[in-house]
Design a protein around this ligand. Structure first.
Ligand code: ATP
Ligand code: MG
Length: 723
């Protein structure tokens, strides 16, 4: 491999970064400027030109997928297999190190990794042993506290003692939890890094060994490293080792998880001789997309000075679509994707990006209806999310008490103090009586009315019976509102701290929107399923469709956070409304608002050829309707760079004060109704036609009923009459 081969596809600044013999360097550059590409080529350069063994190079990426891709690209450049190269995430790499030095690290050889759920279980167990009231001290908050301490590099002893009672209590639990982990050989995620740090810090020989062993360390997405990760890098590199970090302060989006974009400045202080290289040419996006992204991010205060230009074609303007509601938005997006494919594009070139997890629900709905394959990148489908499955399990029990799977799922969610032993007894009783768990629980409750576990069974039985009283209703939205309230699922999931808990609560609220809009249609006249049963069956089917696998060509759905580092020819950013994006809770805080804007910058710069930003006038999200103005981020894009998609037909309705419209323009459905017509339905009463789609038997109309809420109805079933 000669030098030219490695350098030929790089610009001058990139080449300089590759050829530089500076021991330490920082590449600070905007999105799509080839930072990741520099890392890949640098590894190739180090190994084939400078003859450094690939095993002596450590490359740190942000996700395992990125690591696999990186390894693949390097193998491509070098033409050899590099399975054992140290290329991975912080957790992956340092887990490997702990496996090799388990003894020095004070671990047992077969130590096991605790994922988040496992960790929570251990914390609960420890707290119970300490006789701590789990309701008063939510275990998930304790978990958050423990991980935060570890990420900051603190053991119990280092937690300052002049803290609040609350923190002292948490610190005590931290200590006991850690003792259990030590005794049982358990290592949580944060522990992997802290433990590795301590291993290197306390063991001079080993530290020397690794500082010599890794002749070069390269780090991608450096702006999102946290404290312990930074400290680890310093250990591995030593004061005088070779390290190249690449990053973009404008793409720092994980401060809520402890990331410190300040690490960039700290790095230049810790390594004062470091070469600072700026890459200024963007290769990813069209000129228009790039200018639009730049015009948004420039509204942030105190950025590090960076320029970014593109030699790509001008390209199309950023398209802004004002949808009537979230379903209109989803349908619009799916229609554009269909067109893209018709024009010869591929589904996997399309990405739909959104701020909040719960937004995926209406998008998934629309994609499923269009029968297109899709994947949620870095996440799970709406109906597979734990909190949604929990709510559905309550509903399933309401419909069928003998559904054991549903029973097992929620008997102790939220916690009702039913332990593993009680459950074993219950299962055994059910097995002997050849009955369902429900029946066995009823028997137990009847036979023995004292005892804590038994009274918990009775509470549960009463709860389900209460929920079931309305199971035959047509008003699924209010059924689920009651269910979620009675089950206290929101309080339960909301206790999980941070973004995760909020996201779970939002998903539960979104389930209310989903069910309020649901209008079930049976197979035929003989289908006697209730609306609830139809819905539950549909949800099971939707969840059962496995995600398109990685190789399959599928639409990519993801949150803005998971879109980091990726690129797609066609990108949609959905839900660009004030309160949703920027998110409500960040709007009053300058720091958080700046982070939202960086998220927007990340999202926009994923787009290579076409970028759509959509917003809805009315959005039912999290169970209620909101009328939110368009996001300030769209407003920050100058007029000459954006294009508002006009609709083919607009007709003002005097009564309602909103504009019904044909979506997509050309796609005229054959219904006997015009937009804005008033119609009457024998059950829902009078309403107004908002929207329609489909032909013949499939023709459907969306009616906004005066009684509240809008529904999609199949024309051939609904017996609508014009008023
Ligand atoms: P991000 O900030 O989003 O992580 P990045 O700075 O890491 O972006 P890359 O992903 O490395 O950018 O590169 C963006 C795109 O530009 C990729 O498709 C890459 O192959 C291409 N690219 C980078 N440098 C060049 C170059 N010199 N010539 C041609 N294409 C390039
Ligand atoms: Mg990158």
């Amino acid at each position: 491999m000669d030098a030219n081969h490695i350098l030929e596809s790089l610009n001058e600044a990139q080449q300089q970064a590759i050829k530089s013999d500076a021991k330490q360097s920082l590449i600070l550059a905007g999105a799509g400027s080839g930072k990741t590409r520099v890392i890949t080529h640098k590894v190739a350069w180090l190994s084939s030109i400078l003859d450094i063994n690939p095993m002596s190079i450590m490359t740190v990426t942000f996700t395992n997928k990125a690591a696999r891709e990186m390894r693949g690209r390097i193998e491509g450049i070098l033409g050899e297999q590099l399975q054992t190269m140290w290329c991975g995430t912080f957790h992956g790499l340092f887990h490997r190190m702990l496996k090799m030095h388990w003894q020095e690290a004070g671990l047992i050889k077969s130590f096991a990794i605790l994922d988040g759920d496992d960790q929570l279980r251990v914390i609960k167990r420890v707290m119970k042993e300490m006789n701590i009231d789990l309701d008063q001290w939510p275990p998930s908050q304790v978990q958050w506290f423990i991980n935060k301490q570890k990420e900051e590099g603190r053991r119990k002893a280092k937690i300052s003692s002049n803290n609040s009672y609350l923190e002292e209590k948490m610190a005590e639990i931290y200590e006991s939890y850690q003792a259990v982990c030590e005794a049982e050989g358990l290592v949580d995620f944060a522990e992997i890094l802290l433990r590795s740090y301590e291993l290197l810090n306390n063991n001079e020989g080993l530290r020397d060994h690794y500082q010599r062993r890794f002749e070069y360390v390269l780090v991608d997405e450096f702006q999102d490293t946290n404290e312990i990760q930074y400290l680890l890098l310093r250990q591995i590199v030593g004061p005088d080792g070779c390290i190249m970090v690449v990053g973009d302060d404008d793409q720092s989006i994980y401060s809520w998880r402890g990331a410190k974009s300040g690490n960039i400045k700290r790095y230049t202080k810790d390594f004062p001789k470091a070469d600072v290289i700026k890459l200024e040419q963007n290769y990813r996006s069209t000129k228009n997309i790039l200018s639009a992204a730049n015009s948004v991010i420039k509204n942030n205060p105190s950025r590090m000075a960076k320029e970014l230009w593109s030699n790509n074609e001008e390209g199309e303007m950023v398209k802004v679509y004002r949808a009537f509601n979230e379903r209109d938005e989803a349908k619009f997006i799916v229609d554009i994707i269909k067109d893209w494919v018709k024009e010869g594009g591929c589904l996997s070139e399309c990405a739909i990006i959104y701020r909040s997890n719960a937004q995926s629900r209406s998008l998934e709905d629309s994609i499923l209806r269009a029968e297109l394959p899709y994947r949620i990148y870095g996440g799970v489908r709406f109906y597979e999310r734990a909190e949604i499955k929990n709510a559905l399990a309550y509903a399933r029990l309401a419909v069928d008490r003998n559904n054991d799977a549903a029973f097992e799922r929620v008997i102790n969610v939220p916690t009702r103090g039913i332990g593993a032993k009680t459950m074993d007894n219950l299962r055994e009783a059910a097995r002997q009586a050849d009955s369902s768990l429900w029946q066995a629980a009823e028997e137990m409750a009847k036979a023995n009315s004292s005892g804590r576990a038994v009274s918990s069974f009775q509470t549960f039985i009463d709860l389900i019976n209460k929920i079931a009283t309305h199971k035959d209703t047509e008003e699924l939205g209010s059924f689920f509102t009651d269910l979620i309230e009675a089950s206290e699922l929101k309080e339960f999931h909301g206790k999980e701290p941070g973004e995760k808990g909020r996201s779970r609560v939002e998903n539960l609220e979104e389930l209310i929107t989903a069910t309020s809009n649901y209008f079930g249609i049976g197979e035929d006249d003989t289908d006697e399923r209730t609306t609830l049963e139809l819905f539950l069956d549909q949800a099971a089917l939707d969840a059962g469709e496995t995600q398109a696998d990685e190789s399959e060509k599928a639409i990519q759905l993801m949150t803005l956070h998971s879109s980091k580092g990726l690129e797609f020819p066609l990108v949609f950013i959905a839900g660009c409304e004030e309160g949703l994006f920027p998110h409500q809770r960040s709007m009053d805080d300058a720091g958080q608002l700046a982070e939202e804007r960086r998220l927007c910058y990340v999202g926009m710069t994923r787009a290579m050829q076409r970028l759509y930003m959509t917003h809805a006038e009315v959005r039912s999200l999290y169970g209620s309707d909101s009328f939110s103005p368009v996001s300030r981020f769209i407003k920050e894009i100058p007029e000459e760079l954006k294009y508002e998609i006009r609709l083919a037909a607009e007709k003002e309705h005097p009564d309602q004060g909103f504009k019904p419209r044909i979506v997509g323009g050309t796609d005229v459905a054959d219904t006997p109704f015009a937009l804005g017509d008033r119609v009457t339905h024998n059950m829902f009463g009078e309403g107004i036609i908002l929207n329609y789609e489909g032909q013949g038997d499939n023709a459907r109309v969306e009616v906004n009923f005066d009684s509240g809420g809008s529904k999609w109805l199949v024309v051939s079933y609904a017996n609508l009459e014009k008023v």
